[in-house]
Write a protein that binds this ligand. Structure first.
Ligand code: CA
Length: 242
């Protein structure tokens, strides 16, 4: 039997949906831990290691947004947000708070499994970073030497640009807000520094030969921040049309 050893936290208050998703994920050999509201979700999240979180947006006690924000304070675990409507605002809320992907209800369990697999493929794991190399097709990041190569040629980038590219590229497809990038790259949070991120992005684009109008790697998500696409695979692009 194919064991994939991945544990998923499933946060959903509607018991029929929770039961159906659990059955489907267990059939796919995922271990599933269920939580029926936001408070229980955080308790469970803090009590063991998870490989991925499936998070409903509308929840009793603590909303999906609040749970997502709380998780992001300490963890880069992949999160798929379940939203009731497909409105742009719901989508932006989920992505702005640091979800990696979203799925609009009603969806088929098969679709959810496809998204989970895609997310596991594209999110860079700790193992991969420890091995010292993140291969993104034309771009390769040497995480030990902290160098970036494009088609084998080393790019001359600053330490802040490296951190920015590493942060974005380890989570292809995920939208990072400017504020989140300020904290990760500059290490402090202060409103004025959001513009610094914009100028680092501009410099990185120039060095990667990327074009803000027709980007290959670094995409602007208007009103939110930035995301990176690996170019290794094409997937549904959350937030791309915003
Ligand atoms: Ca709900």
């Amino acid at each position: 039997m194919a064991e994939n050893n991945k544990t998923i936290l499933l946060v959903e208050d509607e018991s029929s949906i929770r039961g159906a998703i659990t059955a489907y994920l267990e059939h796919e050999h995922y271990d599933v831990v269920q939580a029926e509201d936001g408070v229980i979700a955080l308790d469970k999240f803090n009590s063991q290691e998870f490989d991925l979180v499936v998070l409903d947006l509308m929840l009793p006690r603590l909303s999906g947004e609040q749970v997502c924000q709380a998780i992001r304070e300490t963890s880069e675990v992949p999160i798929i947000m379940l939203t009731a409507k497909g409105g742009i605002e719901d989508r932006i809320i989920g992505l702005e708070l640091g979800a990696d992907d979203y799925l609009v209800k009603p969806f088929s369990p098969r679709e959810l499994v496809a998204r989970i697999r895609a997310l596991f493929r594209r999110v860079v794991t700790g193992d991969e970073a420890e091995r010292g190399r993140i291969d993104l097709g034309d771009i390769v990041i040497d995480t030990i030497g902290r160098k970036v190569f494009e088609n084998g040629k080393e790019l001359d980038i600053t330490s802040s640009e490296y951190k920015l590219l590493y942060t974005l590229a380890s989570h292809p497809g995920r939208v990072f807000s400017r504020m989140e990038l300020v904290k990760k790259v500059l290490g402090y949070d202060f409103d004025g520094y959001e513009r610094t991120i914009d100028s680092h992005i501009k410099n990185l684009r120039a060095k990667l030969g990327d074009d803000s109008k027709h980007p290959h790697w670094l995409f602007t998500v208007h009103g939110v921040g930035y995301r990176f696409e690996s170019g290794k695979e094409h997937h549904d692009e959350p937030g791309s049309s915003a």
